[in-house]
Design a binder for this molecule. Sequence first.
Ligand SMILES: C[S@@+](CC[C@H](N)C(=O)[O-])C[C@H]1O[C@@H](n2cnc3c(N)ncnc32)[C@H](O)[C@@H]1O
Length: 209
Amino acid sequence: MQKKINAYCEAHTSLLMPELYELERETHLRTLSPQMISGKLQGHLLSLLTSLAKPKTALEIGTFTGYSTLCIAMGLPNGGVLHTIEVNPELAHISRKYFEKTGLQDRIVAHIGDAKKIIPSLGLRYDLVFMDAAKFDYPVYYEMLVESLNPGGLLIADNVLWDGKVVSKANDADTLNMDAFNKLVHNDARVENMILPVRDGVMVARKLD
Ligand SMILES: C[S@@+](CC[C@H](N)C(=O)[O-])C[C@H]1O[C@@H](n2cnc3c(N)ncnc32)[C@H](O)[C@@H]1O
């Protein structure tokens, strides 16, 4: 049933730009873990949240082939910049190609390396953050970034339902880690939060004034 609902939602969601379809195909043909891509529904959600939040400075952790990067970049206001970090240098030839193809390259600053090292070196403040890299590091990224989030800024994190395991009796380290992350955000008085049951679960936290 869930599969049918997802397919229905996707079929009734507009495609932001034709290059995203092309990129999704190329990601399936040329990468080993294509299922990591955000896809149409979540991509549209990211773009919509970005266009509502109008961030001047945004950050993405986990570029992969650039699908979510393009969706966020598309929603940026004039002059807005998205910094995106990817540890695997072998993906850059795909992401860069699509940044140029869509004409969005001037809004995107791509960093190659470990986000835990790059984030402190940037020393920026953000209006929107999308976390989608190593799930085990979510609590680390969160603590690094929540103070750098401007009042009203959004912190969005993917995969927070962890294939539904956070509501099962699973007690493997990854599930416990994701549950601990969700509780960390939910109990943090600096933000208000919600979890959207879209795809694998999307956490949206808004920094309070
Ligand atoms: C789920 S994928 C990102 C998918 C992408 N946001 C999208 O929607 O298409 C996670 C990516 O994070 C990268 N990654 C993992 N650990 C990282 C780290 N410490 N720093 C930066 N990137 C990392 C992986 O190489 C992988 O490409």
